[in-house]
Design a protein around this ligand. Sequence first.
Ligand SMILES: NC(=O)c1ccc[n+]([C@@H]2O[C@H](COP(=O)([O-])OP(=O)(O)OC[C@H]3O[C@@H](n4cnc5c(N)ncnc54)[C@H](OP(=O)(O)O)[C@@H]3O)[C@@H](O)[C@H]2O)c1
Length: 340
Amino acid sequence: MASTTDSYYVLNDGSKIPAIAFGTGTALFNQDCTKAIKFAIKNNFTHLDGAQVYGNEKWLGKGIAESGKTRDQLYIVTKLHPKLEVPPGKTLAEHVKESLKISIKTLFPDSKNLDDENPDEHVDLFLVHAPPRPFDPTNETHRELWKAMEAVKTAKLATSIGVSNFTVDDLEAIKPGFDPTSGITLEVVPSVNQIELHPYVWKTAAPIVEYCLSRGIRPAAYGGLIPLGRARALAPAPDSDDPGPVEAVLATIIIKDGPLTATPAQVLTKWLLQKGAIVVTTTSKSDDTAAKRLDESLKAPSLLDLTAEQIKEIDGAAGEEIRRKYMGHIFTEWDNKFKP
Ligand SMILES: NC(=O)c1ccc[n+]([C@@H]2O[C@H](COP(=O)([O-])OP(=O)(O)OC[C@H]3O[C@@H](n4cnc5c(N)ncnc54)[C@H](OP(=O)(O)O)[C@@H]3O)[C@@H](O)[C@H]2O)c1
């Protein structure tokens, strides 16, 4: 179990990543998120999680530009569009590099030179948003894609590269070294694997987290606060308004911070941090409640650690229930009829 008073992790390539991130997916999907980004930065967030598919990189960039922060004060992430539509006449490697250049140009419109030798802008972390499906048993599809990701790191368009929604099999498929079936040699271990992570999916996620940590891949959690409220909409019988078993368990977990008691959101965030995960959260609002929520997330690392007993209780809080919101086509543990 990790100790989590640090607010940064050091990735396997030596770069530092803030442990708590503000995301522009979910509630901000396809939205002008300029105000939300400025608000998050004003409230001390420096790690901003974007994606090509969120359709709002332009506004993420605008929020960054209007925040008053310098580029080196911020940590910017984007993700390769999960629909890998390679234009005719292009190789996958060309497509991946060009799509990242478009993202960088969208995020940082003042950028003038994204040439391989010495680009004047970059993202801090570029992720494959989702693994290729159907799974190619030769691993060639995975390896070709990861080779293209290695090239954008070499070109300094991304300081670090990683993946998202990868299972252990997906990660095994892109292991460094020569693969005789595909003939592709890979060199870089992903720095991050961003996955849905909360007690309702812990049974599936635990082996992935363990595998990642054993190989120096930093897990990142999204959807971590799903057990608070949003789990209702994911109930096996969604109309029942059933809060599920986790909320009640969280209410019994007490962490004291001087005279204050940690909120359930902080307990969940602390649990994720003690699993060794980066935490990607968000708020769609920019009012006092939102400021309080953001502050709670950023303060979670400095709270007293949960005890081993408390962690065990949260690990088992969902019992046999699975409530997954995202990527049901990859994580197929849920009976199809209940998939969102
Ligand atoms: N890689 C992927 O496939 C993937 C998939 C999904 C998400 N993500 C990333 O992860 C980010 C976060 O995802 P998520 O929205 O599911 O994260 P989350 O942290 O589980 O949920 C955030 C939601 O919880 C509420 N909230 C925030 N702080 C709270 C607090 N202290 N107490 C109670 N409720 C609180 C917010 O509601 P209000 O809006 O009402 O404040 C917000 O909508 C996304 O924006 C995206 O960047 C990645």
